[in-house]
Design a protein around this ligand. Structure first.
Ligand SMILES: C[S@@+](CC[C@H](N)C(=O)[O-])C[C@H]1O[C@@H](n2cnc3c(N)ncnc32)[C@H](O)[C@@H]1O
Length: 167
């Protein structure tokens, strides 16, 4: 299963409500989620990516419930007009296993509705980078999150998990 299909399957298994994709890139999960969930939002720090995604969504979902914005995921707390999400999803975004992971998880935790979940899928060209899984687990544990891996979705070249902040 490719990384986008894996992520979309996990997301739609959790909600048909409001979904925020972080680090969507120029297309992201929009073809798999827009129109299938009540609201699809995307946030990426690359203006080129968000411009391309906006163009695609405007063409394919002219009346759809979607939004695209440019910014860093750690700026989520400042996006007061962005409705809280039932699920936040990120595919191949390194911010959750390297760098300031606590900031990334705090931003996501503050944006989730009560009971909401974070879906993370990380896929590499070769067997999954040996650093990714332990670093991701450590980041989640340090931030007080619990998680469940989905090996059937991650496959041999990836990690796929659903995580929730411990209440
Ligand atoms: C490797 S690409 C993956 C794109 C897409 N999710 C996919 O799987 O095809 C990573 C994307 O995440 C975005 N990104 C990385 N760090 C980010 C951050 N801290 N805040 C917002 N976007 C970020 C990049 O601009 C880029 O578009």
């Amino acid at each position: 299963m490719d990384r986008h299909s894996a992520a979309a399957l996990l997301v739609t298994g959790l909600t048909d409500g409001s979904v925020l994709e972080l680090g969507s890139g120029p297309r992201g999960l929009a073809p798999l989620l827009a129109g299938r969930v009540r609201r699809y939002e995307a946030l990426d720090r690359s203006p080129r990516a968000t411009a391309a995604l906006t163009t695609w969504l405007a063409e394919h979902h002219p009346d759809g419930a979607w939004g695209v914005r440019t910014g860093d995921l750690t700026d989520l707390p400042g996006q007061a007009d962005l409705p809280p999400a039932d699920v936040v999803v990120a595919v191949n975004v390194n911010a959750f296993w390297t760098g300031a992971t606590a900031d990334a998880l705090a931003a996501v935790g503050g944006h989730l509705r009560p009971g909401g979940a974070l879906v993370l899928v990380l896929e590499t060209p070769d067997p999954v980078d040996a650093r990714v899984r332990p670093a991701l687990h450590a980041a989640l544990a340090d931030a007080g999150w619990r998680w469940q891996e989905h090996p059937e979705a991650g496959g041999p070249r990836g990690v796929a998990l659903v995580a929730r902040p411990v209440a």
